[in-house]
Write a protein that binds this ligand. Structure first.
Ligand code: HEC
Length: 167
């Protein structure tokens, strides 16, 4: 009984958050709540978290990770330098084998959503992405402190929601 009412509470809370966010985010006005009420509470939680991803995390990834981990590569000018092309192509191939952010979460690479989250958590915590050799060429690609906080908050919330879903 208690568990049930907690779920109901979470359900309404998520809905409230969604309703509020759609009120304030004018540009997403039509895209958010339409199909929301048919979702189960656990799905609703994931849904809310994906909105968080698209709103807060994806813009960071777009700026700093998409060149290697998505289909939208902006090739640098030195791509044309003999030798560089080969190195960059190798990197891109390897990067996408590990993780492809072209789709929103769950990314649907070879890892499970939880494995992807763990890997993202690791590289974010130890600052190992983007790779060091890339920093030298693109000094503006480092993850800033505030961005790190946002990514890790999203990772934690997603993990909690996935755990809840698999209960
Ligand atoms: C210059 C290309 C490049 C950029 C930019 C880049 N990565 Fe990577 N990433 C790679 C490559 C290459 C690999 C494969 C492993 C390796 O060689 O280190 C990889 C692997 C990973 C992995 C898997 C690690 C593992 O242990 O399986 C994660 C997670 C990751 N990247 C996240 C990110 C995130 C998040 C960003 C943006 C902040 C990012 N990467 C930016 C090239 C890149």
């Amino acid at each position: 009984m208690k568990k049930h009412s907690l779920k109901t509470f979470i359900y309404y809370l998520s809905f409230y958050v969604l309703a509020l966010s759609s009120t304030f985010a004018h540009k997403n006005h039509n895209s958010v709540p339409q199909n929301a009420p048919q979702l189960k509470p656990q799905e609703m939680q994931l849904f809310t978290i994906n909105e968080f991803y698209k709103d807060k995390v994806k813009p960071i990834f777009q700026k700093k990770c998409f060149d290697c981990h998505s289909q939208n590569t902006q090739y640098p000018w030195y791509y044309k330098i003999p030798g560089a092309k080969q190195l960059i192509d190798d990197d891109l191939k390897k990067a996408k084998e590990h993780l492809d952010f072209s789709n929103d979460f769950p990314f649907g690479g070879h890892g499970t959503p939880n494995e992807d989250l763990d890997a993202i958590e690791d590289v974010t915590k130890d600052n190992s992405m983007p790779p060091f050799r890339y920093w030298i060429l693109r000094w503006d690609s480092r993850i800033l402190y505030e961005e790190k906080r946002i990514i890790l908050e999203w990772v934690n919330r997603s993990k909690a929601a996935l755990k809840e879903k698999n209960k």
